[in-house]
Design a protein around this ligand. Structure first.
Ligand code: TYM
Length: 397
């Protein structure tokens, strides 16, 4: 019997950060070691997904190779017989399947994807900076008066007018941001569905931010299986089962150290809140030491009320391979945020030191050879699924 497929991918739009490592790379490496050849592992590079938002294209190729080097530095044995590493762009069936699936996906479904909304939107900070810059340039007297504290009736009126103007500016800026976002960003979940369905993957270990995309993949697969009255696609397991399989209770979502309401992200410019895997380990430790916390004064695992502290507890459990409950018990109720930060800083520093030491042992040539060999093998699998679907929709006899 064919082995069940576990499949995941990480975009190569930028270097990886700690969230990518703890949310996706580390679980995949652990699964490879624990499952010892009982499953097939597809650890692919979604390079076509890498420019749904603007990037420096001159870096993309090397970034892709370096990302695979990082999988290896993290402990993935890419020469294992059941492990395949390939680039999405080298297997044209991904793009062709995307078109077909796109015709069976509703605009409404894509509109509901929160990742799309987050990435298409401008941040409040960007919007307000430009507003106040323009106000200062065009109407310096209003700008100056805004900072004056006297509260005459006259001032109250124009302050109110400026805040109304700002709300309209905000709305118009967001509309413009949507208008200008790429169509690729909007249809990106369909390409992701193609990535999964082409290889009959049942298991898709990803971070919590990708949950909606996995659910959409299931919906489209079920819809097409029903419409064409055959098992065209293997339907990936539902989200809770995926989490059980990875061995965690909740999805992993590492937050920004500066703004713990938001996730740590490659596409947002947030250097102080983001730990890149290439960061100097001492600098990374400093970022942890100055992470935003709160004024509660007691350590509690509580995403709603103490997101910053909770983020640190999560990072500690994942970097030290401990159960979250165990870490929460050890630190819960204590009042020294400084001690918690020190423990997390040490653990993150060690993680980066190990990864960076291993990385220097992996060469570009090793990676390019592996990619070429696996791309040939995986093309055959992808083409077989594509042909089956082409027949079902009437493109082939
Ligand atoms: P991407 O490149 O944004 O992220 C790669 C992986 O890292 C996880 N991740 C995080 N986990 C925890 N905390 C964070 N702050 C954090 N940020 C990112 C993501 O959940 C993901 O697992 N669409 C995907 C790539 C993709 C894919 C696929 C994945 C394309 N096709 C098919 C699986 C199967 C993406 O943009 O991931």
């Amino acid at each position: 019997m064919d082995k069940e497929v576990i499949l995941t991918g990480l975009r190569s739009n930028a270097e990886f950060h700690l969230g990518n490592y703890l949310g996706a790379i580390k679980p995949m490496v652990r699964l490879q070691h624990e499952l010892k050849g009982q499953y097939q592992l597809n650890m692919f590079v979604p390079d076509l997904h890498s420019f749904t938002t603007p990037i420096d294209h001159s870096k993309l190729y090397q970034q892709t190779i370096d990302n695979v080097r990082l999988y290896m530095a993290a402990g993935m044995d890419i020469n294992h017989t059941d492990t395949y590493v390939y680039r999405q762009s080298r297997i044209p069936a991904h793009s062709e399947m995307t078109w077909i699936l796109g015709c069976f996906t509703n605009m409404g479904e894509l509109n509901r994807m929160t990742q799309y909304k987050e990435k298409a939107q401008k941040s409040d900070k960007e919007i307000s900076e430009l507003f106040f810059q323009l106000l200062e340039e065009k109407y310096p007297e209003y700008h100056k008066a805004l900072h004056e504290s006297s509260d005459t009736e006259y001032e109250k009126t124009y302050k109110k007018q400026i805040s109304e103007l700002y709300l309209r500016w905000h709305e118009a800026s967001q509309e413009l941001a949507y208008e200008q976002s790429s169509a690729g960003l909007f249809i990106y979940p369909v390409l992701m569905a193609a990535d999964i369905l082409l290889y009959n993957a049942k298991w898709v270990p990803v971070g919590d931010d990708q949950r909606q995309h996995v659910e959409l993949t299931r919906d489209v697969a079920i819809r097409m299986n029903n419409k064409f009255n055959q098992e065209l696609f293997t339907v990936p397991h539902e989200w809770n089962k995926q989490l059980e399989f990875i061995g965690i209770d909740n999805g992993v979502r590492i937050r920004s150290l500066r703004n713990p309401e938001k996730k740590m992200s490659k596409s947002i410019d947030d250097p102080a809140g983001t730990i890149m895997l290439s960061d100097n380990p001492d600098e990374a430790a400093k970022k942890i030491m100055s992470a935003t916390t709160d004024s509660v004064g007691k350590i509690n695992y509580d995403w709603d009320k103490q997101a910053g502290v909770t983020n640190l507890l999560q990072i500690l459990a994942l970097t030290e391979d401990k159960d979250q409950d165990e870490v929460n018990k050890q630190w819960g109720g204590q009042d020294s945020y400084g001690q918690l930060k020190e423990a997390v800083a040490d653990s993150v520093k060690m993680t980066l030191q190990n990864l960076q030491a291993q990385l220097s042992d992996v060469t570009t040539t090793q990676v390019e050879e592996k990619l070429a060999a696996d791309e040939a093998k995986m093309s055959a699998v992808a083409n077989a699924t594509l042909e089956k679907v082409q027949k079902a929709v009437g493109l082939r006899s």
